[in-house]
Design a protein around this ligand. Sequence first.
Ligand code: GLN
Length: 446
Amino acid sequence: QHYLDKINRYDEQLNAYITVTDEQALSAAKAADEKIANGTASALTGLPIAYKDLFCTQGVRTSCGSKILDNFVAPYESTATQNLNSAGMVMLGKTNLDEFAMGSSTESSFYGATKNPWDLNAVPGGSSGGSAAAVAADLAPVSLGTDTGGSIRQPAAFCGITGLKPTYGRVSRWGMVAYGSSLDQAGPMAQTAEDAAMIMNALAGFDAKDSTCMDKPVDNYMADLNKPIKGLKIGLPKEFFGDSLDAGIRDAVMQAVKQLEAQGAIIKEISLPRTELAIPAYYIIAPAEASTNLSRFDGVRYGHRCDDPQDLADMYIRSRSEGFGDEVKRRILVGTYALSAGYYDAYYRKAQQLRRLIKQDFQAALADVDVIAGPTTPSPAWNIGAKNQDPVAMYLEDIYTLSVNLAGLPGMSIPCGMQNGLPVGLQIIGNYFDEAKLLNIGHQFQ
Ligand code: GLN
């Protein structure tokens, strides 16, 4: 009730939520109270949480921030949300996002832009901007986001919270509406690394319903939080500190690195030479996958259907033309083009080759250091409207996050200071399945 009251009071300004599930939340809270009373509660029982509106939630609208799914009520629950519900967590509602998670600012949502709680004129980042803003403004203690190219880490950085993108395959993607299937991963967004670790304990794990989900024992992410980081080798990629990095962000990140050094970490300069190629590779691969994934929204099985279709083609064309926004249409066009016969070798195959090289760069670097650290974003949150007419300017903002998804590695953003009244994020990238190490560093830093 406390959180529902707060949402009721403040969300009109922020627009972090698309749907608030008051009644369900109160009855789930009551069930949690009973569990606590009869001694069957888990650590998460009764804790409220908000879910990005991209996770299918049974009986509750799952819009993906799109007109085409405005009327879609999922008939089943995603594994990620089910895992947390089963642990006793209480869903407060579904949070705003860029349409189908395509964007870095949460401005492309059919439901309007979300505002950054630190400055209502600034974007909260994206695509999980609603999940980040909700936690930053304490309209939810924790939330779930998804990250295809930075959508957990970048909004976490812009809103001054902690966000973890797990290793690809650590969390089930079943019931998470697909954007780039080889890149998408769900993860926690929280006030602290400790809170994120608690969520990870219930969220991670094998799921036979997702063929890319790893059948590998899940660490206890709480176990190592208090381990000293003395002797830990941290690599700073020189390509992450180039000219495009805002000077204030550089200062805040270097200060954070000094603090880690003071705690006994060993700092080393490293190189990820193919960093710049991540943007062109990602902006071929992600739209290519999106163009095939989004072909299911055809007005036939679910979602928006145009009025009075003349024939099947007319129905497809008008339903999709009316249902999708500009950025989604742009990605479908780019992806379809890149995959078409005659262009496949020039674009898609090339991008996949770059992807392999980018992954090799990380593997070489991580053979030498335990983790990689740098800024999460090249600049702090920009003003609403400043970049949404210039898609390429927006894509360039993803420079430090995209490569992590291309390589399938875990990455985390933790708050490391302020720049002109806006938060700055420190990104820590680990080796495969090293989430516990990232959370340990986050906890020691905080
Ligand atoms: N900004 C990137 C994109 O628009 C990443 C989004 C995401 O991670 N979902 O594709």
